[in-house]
Structure formats: C-alpha cells, structure tokens
Design a protein around this ligand. Sequence first.
Ligand code: NAI
Length: 380
Amino acid sequence: MRKTVYWIEGDGIGPDVWKSARPVIDEAIRLSYGDERGFDWRELPAGEKALRESGKLLPEETLEALRGAELAIKGPLGTPVGTGFRSLNVTLRQTLDLYACIRPIRYFEGIESPVKHPERVNMIVFRENTEDVYAGIEYKAGTPEAAKLIAFLHEELGANVDASAAVGIKPMTEKGSRRLVRAAIRHALAQGLPSVTLVHKGNIMKFTEGAFRQHGYDVAREEFGDRTTTEADAAPGKLIIKDRIADAMFQEALIRPEQYSVLATPNLNGDYISDALAAQVGGLGLAPGVNMSEKLAFFEATHGTAPSLAGKDRANPGSLILSGALMLEHIGWNEAAERIYKAVNAAIARRAVTEDLAAQMAGAQTVGCTAFGEIIAGLL
Ligand code: NAI
C-alpha cells in the first residue's frame, strides 16, 4: 500500500530539518513493512521558496492540492514582514478549515525537566482551532466600534459594560464543539487509550465553555454510546469520558498526570495547556503537531523558522521527525511510528544531540542536524 504525502519544505531551517527527517521516516517504513508500504512524497510550493519561483507565497496550485489531500506535512513557514500578509499558517488553517490542533506530549528520558516525574506525562491535546476568543472579533477601547457594541449591550440586552472597555467576542458553536470532541474520541478509541477529558471553564462561562462540556458528553453518548462510559459509571473495558475545570486541570497535570490521556479543549484553554505540558516534560523543542479538518491531516513541526540557525546544519530535526511518527500513527502504521519513538529515545539516551537539547542535558555532546538524523536512523 502506498500513500501520497504532500510536503512543504518551509523557510529558514525548513530545508535543514527536512534533509534529516525524511530519510528517518522512509527508513522506519521500510524496516517495518519492506516494499509493501511506502510514501509517495509530492512537494508543494509555499513560503519564500514559492515567492522566489512564482511570485506568490501561497500559490493557488498548493491550496488546490491540499483541498483534495488526506495527508500533508510542513516545515516552519515564516511570517514575512511588510508584505501585508498576516500569517501563512493562519491562512492555511482558515482556508482548509483545520479545526482541530493536536499536540501529543510525552517525555524523552534524559531531557532535563522542571518536575520530579516527567515520565508520568503521556497526553495528547485536541484543541479547537477556529472559534472562541481567537475568532479575532475584538474592538479597541475608545473606538466608535467599541462604543457602539457597549451601547447595544446596554440598550438591547441590559448588560452593563464600562464605557472605557475594550471588548472581545467569544463565539462557540455546537457544531464546533462536537466535531472537536468527536475527533478526540475517535483517536482515543483507535489507539485504545483509557480516557478523554473535556477541559472547560463552564462554571463561569456557562453558555460557551459549559455548553462545550455538555456537547462533549452528548457526542460520546449519542455517537459512541456502546464504547464509552462516564467517570461515575466507569464500565470496564470502555473509554472513560470525564471533565475538569481548566484551572483544576493545570493542578492535575502536575500532581496526577498519569490519570490523564486525551484532553479535548476549547481554543484558549488548549493553547495554554499544550505549552504548559510541553514545558513540563522539557520538550518544547521536540513537540510534534497536526492540524486536522474532516478530510486533511496536516502535520507540522511546531517550532518556527529559527533564522539564526538556517543553513548551518545546527537545527534539531526532532519535531519534524516526531510529526512524521504521528502521521504514521494517524494512518495506523503503528509499527513504523513506534520504531521512530524508540529510536528518538535511544538517540537521546546516547547523549549525542543537537545544541538545543545539549543545552538541557548535563554532559551531552553536540552534533549537527544531519548527524542527529543519522544517529536516529541508525537506531530504528
Ligand atoms: P522559533 O521557533 O523560530 O525560534 C525560537 C527559538 O527556538 C530560537 O532561539 C530558535 O533558534 C530556537 N529553535 C526553534 N526551532 C529550533 C530547532 N528545530 N532546533 C534548534 N533550535 C530551534 O520562533 P520565532 O523566532 O518566534 O519565529 C521565527 C519565525 O518563525 C517567525 O517568522 C514566525 O512567524 C515563524 N513561526 C512559524 C511557525 C510555524 O510555521 N508553525 C511557528 C512559530 C513561528
């Protein structure tokens, strides 16, 4: 079986990390399945490379291919200054309706962490990507728009907002909440994980975050009723759906991380908790990620273009390599994914790592981007 994978090289260290990462991904597949399975890689132009070649940062052919694609993976894309283009990443997310941002967080032995038991963290955050206070509907204090909205709230709805306030809107829909939780439950069931936790602030924001919680339980009961249970019922052999208030979840993540597996969150909670968890395992530099629509799973290295390291063979290819492993897991090629996880673990245990990791590991030897990729490939 062969799968077409569209890939975007990316700017800055994009070419460095790709040179190192792709051989690791291909070799993991070959070692696991011989010639029976493989990726057909198709490059799509985007970013500075596309601008040089065609005068466009995001050519229509790239969007067209992605609209019809199931699998894609990208290196980091810079946000060019002074072109009036807000962000390629945001444009891609909105144009392709990539509504779920998914970040797995696991610990790699040997990396320095600020907590005593980072190895107890093994979670995957499903963050809603299109709604909530991130919708971009907000008005600066003192503007006519803010004044108009404040007056409307007062006159029509009897809500008193200070006249000097800046105002933002927090839209959250049933559809948006349900599809996010549905994706989280599907993943947990496919991977045989023990629980999905709905992380919300519904005690305060009842009709947005509280509704998110309710829609989450409804999806579980209506669409996965035979395979899910609640914390109260805890029917054996079934996926447990539970919920935690966001502030309590931050405590739980530190105190009892082993009791949590998949987290499903609205946009803002998810943004905070995914970075907090990544920091907890000392692994921001190794974090892989994926943004998903109903059709497309678009994997990405979560770091930026690191301009000061570009073209110097000094970048860490780990995030892209692990994003490749996540893609393999997503399509059920779990043996190949597992091989990559083990090899990255083993490479870090050898203490010959790129400079960003070496800075977090006492007595580690610094190797270049290419060498680190080769070490990982050799341990597959
Ligand atoms: P950055 O992630 O590029 O750099 C932050 C720090 O981390 C720097 O010290 C950098 O050297 C280091 N770093 C990042 N990735 C590394 C790697 N793989 N190996 C070793 N060290 C690494 O973030 P920054 O500087 O805020 O952004 C630079 C550009 O990247 C901007 O144009 C920004 O818009 C873009 N960006 C793109 C993202 C994406 O495409 N997903 C995500 C974040 C930023």
